[in-house]
Design a protein around this ligand. Sequence first.
Ligand code: GAF
Length: 415
Amino acid sequence: MSAELILRSKELFARVFQEPANVIVCAPGRVNLIGEHTDYNEGFAMPFCIGKYTVIAARRRTGATCRITSAGVPGAISTFPGDSSLSPGPEGDWTNYVRGVVFGMLPMLPGGSCAFDAAVVSDVPLGSGLSSSASLEVATATLLESIYRLGADPKGKALVCQKAEQTFCNSPCGITDQFVCACGEAGHALLIDCRPPYATESVPLSDPRIALVVADSNVKPQLSGSEYPDRVQQCKDACAAMQAAGHSEVRHLRDATLSMLETVARSHALPEATVRRARHGALRPGDGISEDQRTLQAKEALKACDYAQVGRLMFASHASLRDDYRVSSPELDALVEIARGVPGVHGSRLTGGGFGGCTVTLLSRSAVPALLAAFEAEYPKRAGGRTASVFVVRPAAGAMLLQQGAGAEPLAGAP
Ligand code: GAF
């Protein structure tokens, strides 16, 4: 967490609202190490928070009006009601992430309403598949939790934020991003069982011998475009077909085996494309490997510090996302193949929803300079002159209250 970011949030607040903020909260962006497009199938994901944050400086108000400004939209103040008359703003409006969370938290607030002034700054790359939106949502929920002194409930907060994105931002997202932004722990990845009640396990990921590198393809992904909802629908269609074929226990792909899927495929009840999508997500073991199994195996390998095995699973995950799930892009494939050619790289894969965005690479720390050089030299050749934005990440802490009090003083233990 950069001290400069906190300072910028306070300065922005003071400039726009002409008085000091008295609460500072933050929530991070994330990278998913493995377990992609599994969350809405009630499977497993293993993300971690990155040390890039959305920071909100704020002050509670009386009444029921919220005012918010962002460094990303200089000079603009958005105003919306902090009560049940609240509705989404125009499609694509960034405040919808905030509005949705406020709306979802109203039942928890005294009198069912809220009022605040808030200033947002962020160093999470926007719209790059690193969960800038989940980070804004979870920071907003953390703000309300702090100024109304609600008990801390990271999982409940994540669920409110997921619903906010689904209902106010028109994105049928799963739970991974909001969950890790709210519950992530420094130095750890978070294995999430995306089936209620959402069991989690923190998995150590701070071995000094390894490094994690994120490469942004600089092609923007679009979660609310048609491809992501199409994948969600195809998974549902596959479950419905398996149910119709007598497998009534298949409520989600998590409940399906590959042989059930093959049986349904042979009866031609499903289009070939749907079968391939579902193959990525079917879980129950015994007859093949799927993304959920890779994720569970990667967790065990990580605990055993078997990075070569984690890496193999990451490459396999990428291949499945590219060939069966079809959410990769030529640029993401190029980044993964460039990484594969660098000695010391254990594994690499696209991370997040796909269709652009970023890759994550696990490698020996000593191999970082060679990887950075390879991305710089090779990516433009394979991506029509485009350059990648590349940075080393370390698993960081999830959302937190940073400062509170008259002049927003740092809290004990906060960065
Ligand atoms: C996006 C979604 F928001 C997540 O819920 C998840 O489905 C991910 O894509 C793919 O794993 O980040």
